[in-house]
Each structure stands twice: as C-alpha cells, then as structure tokens.
Design a binder for this molecule. Structure first.
Ligand SMILES: Cc1cc2nc3c(=O)[nH]c(=O)nc-3n(C[C@H](O)[C@H](O)[C@H](O)COP(=O)(O)OP(=O)(O)OC[C@H]3O[C@@H](n4cnc5c(N)ncnc54)[C@H](O)[C@@H]3O)c2cc1C
Length: 455
C-alpha cells in the first residue's frame, strides 16, 4: 500500500480547487485487507477516514483535515458482466464502465454526462442526471448490491435481499462504511430522441404545462438576465441501427468545457459586471440556439454523451450548487428564482454569469436520503464562473431555496446549514443520524463537512 504523510503542505482536494484539506495520511490501498487495517488502526490512520474517488465533488464532502484519505484508485477492475448486472470495484471510472458496457450492447440504467467519477462515490451519494423511460435520475438507485468495510473493521455484503439496508447504504455518503465493490443494474442499449425549444421566460409555464409526463426526460436552461429559456425533452427509443454520434458528443463537450471558458474569458475582457452580465446571457443563449439548429441529431446513444474530464486550465472551470423542488409548481418556482436573481443583482451587484439548469427527476424512494423520495422533482442547478461575490450569493440562495420548499443534496449543495438540511430532508435525516451514531460510535468516518449536517 502506498502511503504519503503530508500534514504540513496542505492539499487541494476538489476539481475546482475550492476545498483544501490537510490530512495526516493519504493512502492508496490495493486490497480489502488493507482497507480493514486502515479502519482498525486508529493510531496510525487517524480519524476522520474518508475514501475518495476522483475528487470531483464541488463541495468539501471529501475533506479529511487531520485524518486519513483513502485514494480508491487501485480498486479499478470491472469484475463481472452479466445480462442484467455489472460488478465493479469502487475505484472504477464511470466513463470506462460506460464504454465497456457499450461494447457489449449494454448500458447503465442512469445517464451520467460527466464520466470522471468513481463507482464507489456515486453508489453512496446523491447525484442527478436526465432521466427517461427505463433510465433513472440517480445512479445510486441503480445499485443492486454493495460491499463495504464498516467502522468496526469488518466486511459487510449488502444485497437486494436486504432492501432496507440497501436503501440506507445508497445514501450513506461514506459515513457507514467504505465501499469497495458495487453491483449496478444494467440493461440493453436504448437510444433517446431529443427535442428542443427556445422561448421567452414568460411562455415557460405554458410550455411546461403542455408536457404530458410519463417517461419523458426534461432539461431546462434558464437565462434569468435575458428573460430566455430552452426546454429540452427526451424520449427513450429502441436502437435499430447504429448512428453516428459525434454531434451529441460535441454538444456536451461544448456545454461542459467551452461555455465555462467563454464565461471566464468574458470576465477578464469585460471588467464591468453590469455590461458583461446581460451581454454574456444573450451571447450564450444565441450560441445554444445556433448549436441546436446546427447539431440536430436523430437518435442519441448514452455512451455518446458520457464524457471524460476535459483538459481545461483551472481558471477556465465553472462551479455550481444544487437543490431539488417538487415538480408540480416548478414553473412558479422559476419565476420566483428569476425575481430573486434580479433583486440580488440590484442589491449586491453580483449575478451568476452562466445559465441555470434544471433536470426532471421522477419520484425515487430507492435511498433513505433521496431528494426525490416523496414525489417527482426538478433539480435547480445554479452555475457560475465563481469568483468575488459567489460565496455570499450562495448563503442567500440557500435561504431562498430552503424557504421555498427545496430539498438539498447533502454532497452537492454548497454551504448548507444544519437547519436547512433538516428542513429539507425532515425525519429521514433524524433516522439516519441515529443509525450513524449506532454504527460509528467512535466517529471514525465522520468529517467536519458531514458532522454538522448528519451529527
Ligand atoms: C465538471 C463536473 C460535472 C459534474 N456533473 C455532474 C452531474 O451532471 N450530475 C451530478 O450528480 N454530479 C455532477 N458532478 C459532481 C460529481 O459527479 C459528483 O460529486 C461525484 O460523486 C464525484 O465523484 P468522485 O469519484 O470524484 O467522488 P469524490 O469527490 O472523490 O467523493 C465524493 C464523496 O463520496 C465519498 N466516497 C468516494 N468514494 C467512496 C467510497 N469508495 N466509499 C465511501 N465513500 C466514498 C467521498 O468521501 C465524498 O464524500 C460534476 C462534477 C464536475 C466537476
């Protein structure tokens, strides 16, 4: 097992560089027996003990100040392919898994677009992806078995025969055990047909009312400062013949890599935030409209929209935060959100310089702390190039979201307070807290990030 002691220098831990942590130990085990040794040997491997995958979380959920970070990078093997499942080690990159399944005519039952994430992390944390018939909005909900090393230093094998336990483990955030193996449900490959409309925000509620649910995936892009929106729907279809897939790949690449870079360049070239704000909104909306027209595709395959990390300089990256809201009144929520953004800009001079996205996630009670446990939701994914004013904005945004019935994603909602977490997740959070205390009496796995939220 490789071990690095790096207590003094500090270590940047997340993708956007916003979470710095100073662990006493960073270890990269190769075997489960080594994981057990790490958990058991409290002296050598101090708490908190945190497993990490690709460190691509945008919150501080993977920090372990003064503790031990377990890099799961050596647990990188796909162990077994079945017609209905795939069994992998926890450090396997989802992008590699998607490609390997694709080559066998199979796919995951969720559709991640950012592939540089580990199987272990997505199996036990909250995530949100565009759904459609046969495709869920959370990868964790597609987990049918999981193997962990629990805080007592013993192995635990959770299978579909223990649905309650699986339900808890799918949102355990590394607090009830270190995941070392995951089995995902898989299915035969399907494609999806995408339709897109651009409109004024005033017409959004009518357009959304016209969507007749049942298996349709929806993604919304909102431009609060130019009063525009794009509505995208997705229908699952059978794959008859192979089609060329460069257009959807290019579109996803453009959105994830080029758009943040343009926003950052704009920030440097046009220092006046007032002028930059409106112009950038208009520019991005027009670019999205043009791309939609130029890059029309007939049937899209999942493997075409799952991309690895793009090699952009750190300064060209964006950041975001996420909340979920009941789907019923979501167009009303968008109206309030736009008013909130305009008011915040007037009061504080800050505005997010990237459009906000929203994804429809159908009711999903597969995990205890699922943000969609009680019904269909839309996630509100607020993007920005960050910088001065962003962190303060998040405090007010959280108050707005919490006051309007928002449910947080514990690992993806930035600067969340305990009150907001309890308000959003209610009794389920209390149940989880009790369980966590029983399972991890000596707080081996709890960290300064999760402690205030889940006790
Ligand atoms: C450019 C970009 C785009 C993104 N797009 C999306 C998106 O569309 N949808 C979405 O939902 N998210 C998205 N994310 C967020 C990201 O995908 C998730 O946060 C994901 O969980 C990160 O995976 P990771 O392997 O890097 O996990 P890490 O950041 O390393 O860890 C995440 C959490 O999981 C825990 N953990 C990791 N491995 C284990 C293990 N083996 N056992 C127990 N606990 C473990 C960690 O301690 C930490 O709390 C995006 C992030 C970036 C940077």
């Amino acid at each position: 097992m490789e071990a690095t002691i790096d207590g003094r220098k500090g270590m940047s831990i997340n993708w956007e560089g916003s979470a710095i942590t100073r662990p006493r130990m960073v270890v990269k085990p190769e075997r489960v027996s080594e994981l057990i040794e790490i958990i058991k040997n409290e002296k050598k491997y101090p708490a908190p003990v945190r497993a990490v995958g690709f460190q691509h979380s945008i919150t501080r959920c993977a920090v372990a100040d003064g503790g031990t970070i377990i890099d799961m990078g050596n647990f990188n093997r796909i162990l077994e392919f079945g017609q209905r499942h795939v069994r992998v080690q926890a450090g396997v990159r989802i992008y590699d898994l998607v490609k390997a399944l694709d080559a066998r005519g199979l796919q995951l039952c969720a559709c991640p677009e950012f592939g540089d994430i580990s199987a272990g992390s997505v199996a036990c944390t909250s995530n949100r992806y565009i759904s459609s018939r046969g495709i869920l909005g959370q990868i964790s909900s597609t987990v049918v078995a999981m193997k962990l090393v629990i805080p007592q230093g013993t192995k635990l094998n959770v299978t579909a025969k223990q649905p309650d336990m699986l339900n808890v483990m799918r949102s355990s955030f590394g607090l009830l055990g270190i995941v070392y193996e995951v089995t995902f449900a898989v299915r035969e490959k399907i494609g999806f047909v995408v339709k897109r409309w651009q409109m004024d925000l005033d017409d959004l509620s009518l357009a959304m009312a016209g969507l007749n649910g049942d298996g349709i995936g929806v993604r919304l892009t909102v431009y609060p400062f130019s009063n525009k929106a794009q509505l995208e729907t997705r229908h699952s279809v059978k794959l008859e013949t192979a089609t060329r897939q460069w257009k959807p790949t290019l579109r996803v690449w453009g959105w994830n890599c080029l758009v943040p870079l343009v926003a950052q360049l704009f920030k440097r070239l046009v220092p006046s935030s007032g002028l930059r704000g409106k112009q950038l909104d208009i520019l991005l909306f027009r670019a999205q409209k043009m791309f939609t027209r130029l890059l029309q595709d007939r049937i899209v395959e999942m493997s075409a929209v799952c991309l690895p990390r793009c090699r952009m300089p750190k300064w060209g990256r964006c950041t975001y935060t996420t909340w979920a809201f009941p789907a019923d009144d979501f167009s009303l929520l968008i109206e309030k959100y736009v008013a909130f953004c305009l008011q915040y800009k007037r009061d504080h001079g800050f505005r997010c310089d990237l459009p906000t996205k929203a994804l429809f996630v159908p009711k999903d009670p597969a995990s205890l702390l699922s943000y969609a446990a009680d019904g269909d939701v839309f996630t509100l994914d607020v993007f920005s190039s960050g910088g001065k004013g962003w962190e303060d904005f998040l405090i007010d945004l959280n108050q707005f979201c919490s006051a309007n019935g928002g449910v947080p994603l514990l690992n993806q909602t930035k600067h969340l307070s305990q009150r907001q977490a309890v308000r959003g997740l209610g009794r389920k959070l209390v149940t989880f807290k009790r369980l966590r205390r029983n399972v991890d009496r000596h707080n081996r796995l709890s960290s300064t990030f999760y402690q205030p939220l889940v006790g």
